[in-house]
Design a binder for this molecule. Structure first.
Ligand SMILES: NC(=O)c1ccc[n+]([C@@H]2O[C@H](COP(=O)([O-])OP(=O)(O)OC[C@H]3O[C@@H](n4cnc5c(N)ncnc54)[C@H](OP(=O)(O)O)[C@@H]3O)[C@@H](O)[C@H]2O)c1
Length: 205
């Protein structure tokens, strides 16, 4: 697949590495061409100007800090429909670093805000729960990756991309359940930064 990655940081580089290794054609773009070039070099991917890299993409990964979502989606023309029909993977955590409290309005998911900013795109909440290193060093057995989205075909596309980097996807529900998945990340982040293994806080059922 042709995958466009919006963002040039840690997560973008890790996912570009994983998908490039799996044989996909990955194109990275961000507000700094220099950082896009560095991320591409580190991951074996390509880089290009922001509006261009989404044009032929079969899937798009949104990989910026949550405060930058509107800026980067605007930079690729998403509010004007440039991502119409494309799977748009949202792994963002709208939390203060190290605290875990969601910064979205009560009952609202950042994934729903992403959908508003990218009309016509098929937003899939995914990959927000595990650290980026998981996708460059997969485990055996594979980790389970719950995902949310409203359309079967993009969910299948994203599921396939998750398997390619060593995860087992599970469809958790529609985008109306993304808030619940985002709260789980907040729960994990809160415990992890308190020095507690979150896995020990979940019953083995
Ligand atoms: N790292 C992880 O393990 C992990 C795991 C799960 C989910 N995530 C999520 O993945 C996303 C990226 O995380 P990261 O770890 O890669 O963070 P990072 O290394 O700090 O990189 C952040 C990226 O966001 C961009 N950015 C910030 N504000 C922007 C704006 N206003 N306009 C355009 N770009 C902007 C930065 O661009 P500049 O370089 O130009 O500042 C950079 O490319 C976050 O939403 C995070 O919650 C990360």
């Amino acid at each position: 697949m042709r995958i466009a990655i919006l963002g040039t940081g840690t997560f973008a580089t890790a996912l570009a590495t994983g998908w490039t290794r799996a044989g996909h054609d990955v194109n990275i773009g961000g507000r700094s061409p220099q950082r896009a070039a560095a991320a591409a070099e580190a991951s074996g991917a390509h880089y290009g100007p922001l509006p261009d890299i989404v044009k032929d993409a079969d899937a798009v990964l949104l990989s910026v800090r949550w405060e930058g979502i509107a800026d980067i989606l605007t930079a690729v023309g998403a509010p004007d429909g440039s991502l119409t029909g494309k799977p748009l993977i949202d792994p963002t955590n709208a939390v203060d670093h190290g605290i875990g409290v969601l910064r979205t309005d009560p009952g609202r998911a950042i994934a729903q805000r992403v959908a508003e900013l990218a009309p016509g795109a098929h937003v899939v909440k995914a990959l927000h729960l595990f650290p980026s290193t998981r996708w460059t060093a997969p485990t055996s057995p594979p980790v389970t990756v719950p995902i949310c989205g409203d359309d079967p075909a993009p969910l299948q596309t994203v599921s396939s991309l998750i398997r390619d980097i060593g995860g087992t996807p599970v469809v958790f529900g529609g985008l109306d359940r993304a808030r619940q998945l985002e709260e789980v990340a907040g729960f994990v982040i809160t415990l992890a930064f308190a020095g507690i293994n979150p896995q020990l806080a979940i019953p083995a059922v």
